[in-house]
Design a protein around this ligand. Structure first.
Ligand SMILES: [Zn+2]
Length: 192
């Protein structure tokens, strides 16, 4: 018998994007609210969240494959990396694999893209794929490897490159990353 392997597309999933929450001013400690997703006018999911000092607490009901509804209350830790100019960037730390990520996807639990086995549905969303390809080109210009889709931070400045040039490339990289993530969310109707 022939087995056909299929991968879910990221766009079909409920997601929690740190960059989006930040943009909406939702990341103040103590802030508590909910996120609701809908597709074609139908509600597809909803969770409550609370911003804590150490992470984002997610409170929701889930129904794994055994069919029993369960209450979930999980604290997804924040991790921080330094940016070039003395700032800090916030990430989620996936509760299953402990990898750093910017977006959590909902299945029965909210985890990183890799843990859900998600592949980017490039053939359906050429504009997003173009943004990722452009971002990867910027990574290569500073001596890095591909990694935009995996939300890798911009590689360090190579020797001999002017800071101004480097900063411009990094800003462009951030804008491309935000662009494709926000685009996906708007298209699939996340609002909170
Ligand atoms: Zn993971």
């Amino acid at each position: 018998m022939k087995l056909k392997l299929t991968y879910a597309k990221c766009e079909e999933y409920r997601r929690i994007d740190l960059a989006w929450l930040k943009r909406k001013g939702c990341l103040h400690p103590g802030n508590a609210s909910n996120l609701t997703w809908s597709l074609g006018g139908n509600k597809t999911g909803s969770i409550n969240y609370r911003v804590e000092t150490g992470g984002l607490r997610l409170i929701y009901r889930t129904r794994p494959s055994d069919g029993e509804w369960r209450d979930v209350n999980e604290l997804v830790p924040f991790r921080w990396t330094r940016t070039r100019f003395g700032g800090q960037r916030r990430w989620f730390q996936c509760l299953s694999c402990a990898r750093r990520c910017r977006i959590l996807y909902g299945g029965s639990h909210y985890r990183c893209r890799r843990c859900h086995g998600l592949k980017y549905g490039s053939q359906h969303e050429p504009a997003y794929q173009r943004a990722i390809n452009q971002a990867d080109k910027l990574r290569k210009r500073v001596g890095g490897e591909r990694g935009a889709f995996d939300e890798e931070p911009f590689p360090p400045k190579p020797k001999g490159m002017h800071w101004k040039t480097y900063q411009r490339l990094e800003e462009r990289y951030d804008a491309l990353q935000s662009g494709w993530a926000i685009g996906v969310i708007q298209r699939f109707g996340l609002y909170g």
